[in-house]
Every structure is written in structure tokens, then in C-alpha cells.
Unconditional design. Structure first.
Length: 157
């Protein structure tokens, strides 16, 4: 009859073999992530050129002190109202229709560009000029849009 095992001998992998295996694994990871690594290097270079890397390193090394100073500063009465309104402001940003705001700001920018191109410092506009201007489709569309805006803004909720 066979004798039962009492001890298990684990196979020891030589340190040199393990190091070689680890180096190959790292090489493979570098090869697979070459673009990301190069972008990371460019980012580090830009942070270093702007002396931001040194500041971030110092901030990381002294994060407990920095957080203490930040909390102490934010605890001042002048920031109380800001902190109270911060969460409400964040929810307000969530309610804003970004596409509509982008469209409206684009229209405002076009209007500002057109206004800058015209020299109207000495001109006066009469009621008859306003009536004639409403015949222009662009002006009529803008006036109609502003009236709809005012109507919507004035509605009771």
C-alpha cells in the first residue's frame, strides 16, 4: 500500500524567471497602450512646463494640511450663502436645456456681430421706421421670438 502524503512541496520559481516573466508582461501592456502612454507623457510635460506638476505634487504630499485650510476657509461667514446655494445651483444646471441655450446664444452672437458692423450713433428711429422694419423677415422673426420669450417668462406657474 502507498504511503499518504504529509507535506506538499510547492514548486519554487526562480527569481530571475519571475522577473523575466514580469518584464514581458509590462512590455505587452506598454505595446497595447502605446497611444495612452504617449498622451500621458505629453500631459505630464505640459503640467511640468506650466509648473503645475510641482504644485500638484506638493498638494498631494500635504493633502491633509491643504484640506484643513480649505475647510477652515470655507467655514467663514462670507461663504455660508454660497455653500447653501451651491446644491440648488447644481440642480438648476441640470434643468437647463443646453441645446436651446446654445441656439439662443448663437443667435445673440449673430445679432451682436450685425450691430457692431452698423454705425448707428447719430441715427434716430421713428415709428414709421419701426413699422417698415417689421416687413423684414429677419427682424419680424426676431421680434416675434422676443415677444414669445416675454410671454413665456411672464406666465404664472
Amino acid at each position: 500500500m502507498a504511503k499518504s502524503l504529509t507535506t506538499v512541496k510547492r514548486m519554487e520559481v526562480p527569481k530571475e524567471v519571475q522577473v523575466e516573466k514580469d518584464v514581458e508582461e509590462v512590455k505587452e501592456a506598454i505595446s497595447e497602450n502605446k497611444e495612452a502612454i504617449l498622451k500621458g507623457i505629453k500631459l505630464l510635460r505640459a503640467l511640468d512646463d506650466a509648473d503645475t506638476l510641482q504644485a500638484l505634487t506638493a498638494l498631494t504630499n500635504h493633502r491633509k494640511d491643504a484640506m484643513g485650510y480649505l475647510v477652515k476657509e470655507l467655514n467663514k461667514p462670507q461663504y455660508a450663502k454660497l455653500l447653501e446655494n451651491l446644491s440648488g445651483f447644481a440642480f438648476l444646471l441640470g434643468d437647463i436645456d443646453v441645446d436651446a441655450v446654445r441656439d439662443m446664444t448663437g443667435r445673440i452672437n449673430r445679432g451682436l456681430e450685425a450691430a457692431e458692423q452698423e454705425d448707428v450713433s447719430q441715427e434716430k428711429t421713428s415709428y414709421l421706421d419701426l413699422a417698415k422694419a417689421l416687413k423684414d423677415p429677419d427682424i419680424n422673426r426676431s421680434v416675434t421670438m422676443m415677444l414669445q420669450f416675454f410671454k413665456g417668462m411672464g406666465k404664472e406657474s
